[in-house]
Structure formats: structure tokens, C-alpha cells
Design a protein around this ligand. Structure first.
Ligand code: APR
Length: 226
């Protein structure tokens, strides 16, 4: 079966990575405008690098959980396109190949001046020169608010061409990711949501599995991979 899977912060929560919008989430402690916009980066690059350096350190300490592992198993039995909003590498470390990081990745650095990309060191700083143009404008290769997510053409095509669309651990509050379920459904693709609670776009799903990802994802995968 052709399956398009979209994951969000909830799939990594049980690996110890904080989500964004929970009561103890990242956006309770940090203002989105300060750390997740190009304007915030221009205003205070030291603060922004410090924020993502902490995220990179958190991810380096974390391990993939049963939900990440289950999705790798799913791809061994089905034609899976794995799309994630997450900037961690827990899908890859859980055994998934070809993960589409629509919001970029903590593992990447890019130059705000020339767009060159390279592998991010564990700790980045505003004086890091771009290896290509030499300007000290290195930034995390992360898609901030007001920027266009990566790989959208490939994502729309995978969702339209799927027989099943699954969203896992995402609150459905950030577009265009939040619009993928509606897009799938309008094209006759069956939709399923696996989440700790109902998301903001819950009505766009034919089926809901409510619970922690480490329980509901392996159960769902086992049903699809007898
Ligand atoms: N298992 C399953 N779902 C969970 C778990 C869990 N253990 N813990 C939390 N969740 C669910 C929450 O109920 C919530 O619906 O995961 C969702 C996390 O929502 P957000 O914090 O909003 O994260 P996400 O949807 O990935 O955010 C989207 O917003 O700030 C931006 O760029 C950032 O990619 C991110 C985007």
C-alpha cells in the first residue's frame, strides 16, 4: 500500500524532546518571534543560536522510541513516504531512510547571505564564517515562521498519490502541514490521526487513535504488517 505519513513533535515527546505547544512546551518559555523568525535572528543571533544549540544537545542525548522504530518497520512492508515537521534525527536513527524534513533539520547549517548548506557543528555561533562565501552569517537550516517549508511539491504529490494518509503527534496548528489531511481527503485518500488528543484539524480524519505514540503507532503498524 502507498502510505504518506506526517509526523510532528508528539512522536519524539517520549524520547524526552519537548513539544512546542504543551503547557510545559518550548513556546511557553520562548517567544516564537524571537527564536523562530528571520527577523528574530537578525535582531539577536546570539539568542537564536543559543536556543538551537540547546535543542541540538537535547537531541544528541535522546534515543528513538518505539514509534520511530515502528515507522521504519512499516516502510519494510509498504511504500511509505515519511514527512516530518521535526528537526531532530530520531526517524533516521530509528531506521527510516529518505525522511522528508519539511521544516529543516538541526543537523544542517545554511548561510543567510548566499544560501550555501553544510553540516552543522554541535554548537553554532554568529561569527561562524560560511565555508563558501566566508560571510559570518551561518544560521540553523531550519524553516522559520514566514519562510516556505522545504520539498512541498514532493509532499503534495506523495499525499495525493497515497492510498492512506496518517498524521502522528502533531497539533494541526501550523500550515501548510496542517492542511495535508484535508488535501488528502478531498482526493479520496483515507486519513487517520494518531495523537495524544484530538488536533485542531481532527475533523479532516476518517479515523482517530488517541494515546501516546509509543503505544498507538506500534499497534497500528502491527495491523498493517501482519
Ligand atoms: N504521543 C502522541 N502525541 C503526543 C504525545 C505523545 N507522547 N505528546 C504530545 N503529543 C501531541 C500533542 O497532543 C500535540 O497535539 O503532539 C502534538 C504536538 O503539537 P505541537 O507542540 O504543536 O508540535 P507540532 O504539531 O509538531 O508543531 C508544528 O510548529 O512551532 C512549529 O516548526 C514547529 O514543526 C513545528 C510546528
Amino acid at each position: 500500500m502507498r502510505i504518506a505519513v506526517l509526523t510532528g513533535a508528539g512522536i519524539s515527546a517520549e524520547s524526552g524532546i519537548r513539544t512546542f505547544r504543551a503547557t510545559d512546551g518550548l513556546w511557553e518559555e520562548h517567544r516564537i518571534e524571537d527564536v523562530a523568525t528571520p527577523e528574530g535572528f537578525r535582531r539577536d543571533p546570539i539568542l537564536v543560536h543559543r536556543f538551537y544549540n540547546m535543542r541540538r544537545a537535547d537531541v544528541a542525548r535522546a534515543l528513538p522510541n518505539e514509534a520511530h522504530l515502528a515507522l521504519a518497520r512499516l516502510a519494510r512492508h509498504h511504500d511509505v513516504t515519511l514527512i516530518t515537521q521535526n528537526v531532530d534525527d530520531l526517524h533516521e536513527r530509528g531506521g527510516s531512510g529518505d525522511v522528508i524534513h519539511m521544516h529543516g533539520s538541526l543537523a544542517g547549517a545554511t548561510c543567510a547571505a548566499c544560501g550555501h548548506r553544510w553540516q552543522a557543528p554541535l554548537a553554532m555561533s554568529p561569527v561562524d564564517p560560511c565555508p563558501d562565501c566566508g560571510k559570518p552569517e551561518a544560521r540553523p537550516d531550519i524553516v522559520w515562521f514566514g519562510e516556505i517549508p522545504y520539498h512541498m511539491e514532493r509532499i503534495w504529490a506523495a499525499v495525493e498519490g497515497a492510498e492512506l494518509f496518517a498524521a502522528i503527534g502533531t497539533s494541526g496548528q501550523v500550515y501548510p502541514a496542517a492542511g495535508l489531511a484535508q488535501h488528502a481527503r478531498r482526493r479520496g485518500v483515507r486519513t487517520i490521526e494518531l495523537n495524544l488528543d484530538r488536533s485542531a484539524v481532527s475533523r479532516d480524519f476518517d479515523e482517530h487513535r488517541i494515546g501516546p505514540a509509543t503505544r498507538v503507532v506500534p499497534e497500528w503498524v502491527t495491523q498493517l504488517c501482519p
